[in-house]
Ligand binder design. Structure first.
Ligand code: UGA
Length: 324
């Protein structure tokens, strides 16, 4: 845990995990500069909603800028810790012409940030990497020492960015650590991700699109657990290390849907589509490094977390309807 209140920077502050992280850092007493480019991966309105609580806090400042093009010296001035969560997310859309955005926002943006950090005496850079770097892992639960072999262009760009942080640690001493998040869910989840899509289809009475036979597994991680591990990584003895953050619930997509039907008391209509290129068949995290080095333990089990996301989903839907 960061001991004293300090000045921290969060890139991707308006996003799903970034906005929760900023709230936690403010609650811990820190002064937070959020950076976000409001890229068009999904609509700005949702990101503005993510920022609502933050914007009411005088210790939060938002800088709207693109890491690739902007002069970062001012927003980084005096920063003690930088949490780098900004990037182009999404495994399945990273093919074809979209690839350029992944290169820009995941690789080039990280390189620009690292260059700027050569001039700033940060105590820690925490980089948000992804389970996608593993691809189709050979062993489960997968340890950080497994050979990463991404199966999507997205995963490949996240792995490249991880490597960049090591390049700058080795050559310029930037004290970086990379966290491999495993499919994070919870309130404010991105609209392209499975649970939000499933909930949307469920309430609209539409068919739920399942990529493949639904027997693929994911290690799902509730957002408050991901945030807690991220904060701990800012001060633990993990410079130069990679740390998996997995929620401890590895389940099939079919099982998720059955649980969601149970929680919502709605019946899902399922439509099975071909498996999506770029999706690994299974993910599963070994979290021993996080336990030992961060003193971290996931606390929210899938059913409880899914119920919390369902509640948030219904509240925001009701809010959106009353504004129409
Ligand atoms: C998620 C995030 O989207 C990535 O940004 C992140 O890097 C990655 O987790 C990670 O592990 O770090 P993904 O696991 O694909 O990627 O998360 P979801 O979009 O929630 O998909 C979960 C599973 O549901 C996948 O097997 C996917 O094929 C399936 N799915 C998704 C469907 O069957 N139907 C859908 O409509 C959406």
């Amino acid at each position: 845990m960061l001991k004293d209140p300090t000045h921290v920077v969060v890139t991707g502050a308006a996003g799903f995990i970034g906005s929760h992280l900023c709230e936690r850092l403010l609650a811990d007493g820190h002064e937070v500069i959020g950076i976000d480019s409001f890229s068009d991966y999904y609509e700005r309105g949702r990101k503005e909603q993510n920022l609502e609580t933050l914007r009411r806090d005088g210790r939060f400042t938002l800088e709207e800028l693109d890491l690739v093009a902007a002069d970062l010296s001012k927003p980084l001035r005096g920063a003690k810790v930088v949490f780098h969560l900004a990037g182009q997310p999404g495994v399945r859309p990273s093919w074809g012409g979209h690839f350029d955005r992944y290169v820009q926002d995941n690789i080039v943006a990280t390189q620009r940030l690292l260059e700027a950090l050569r001039e700033v005496a940060v105590e820690r850079l925490v980089f948000a990497s992804s389970s996608s770097v593993y691809g189709d892992a050979e062993m489960f639960p997968t340890k950080e020492t497994a050979l990463p072999r991404p199966v999507s262009p997205y995963g490949m760009t996240k792995l490249a960015a991880e490597h960049l942080t090591f390049v700058y640690l080795r050559n310029f001493g930037i004290p970086a650590t990379s966290l491999r998040y495993f499919t994070v869910y919870g309130p404010r989840q991105r609209p392209d991700m499975a649970f939000v899509r499933f909930m949307d289809a469920l309430v609209e009475g539409h068919e739920i699109e399942i990529y493949g036979d639904g027997e693929q597994t994911r290690e799902f991680t509730f957002v408050s657990d991901a945030v807690d591990g991220t904060v701990k990584a800012a001060s633990a003895d993990v410079v130069g290390q990679i740390v998996n953050l997995g929620g401890g619930s590895r389940v099939t997509i079919n099982r998720v849907l059955a649980t969601l039907e149970d929680i919502s008391r709605l019946e899902a209509r399922r439509k099975f589509l071909p498996a999506a290129p770029g999706d690994p068949r299974h993910t599963g995290a070994s979290i021993n490094v996080a336990r030992e080095r961060l003193g971290w333990e996931p606390r929210v089990a899938l059913r409880e977390g899914l119920a919390k996301q369902w509640q948030w989903f219904q509240e925001t839907r009701a809010g959106a309807r009353s504004m129409c």
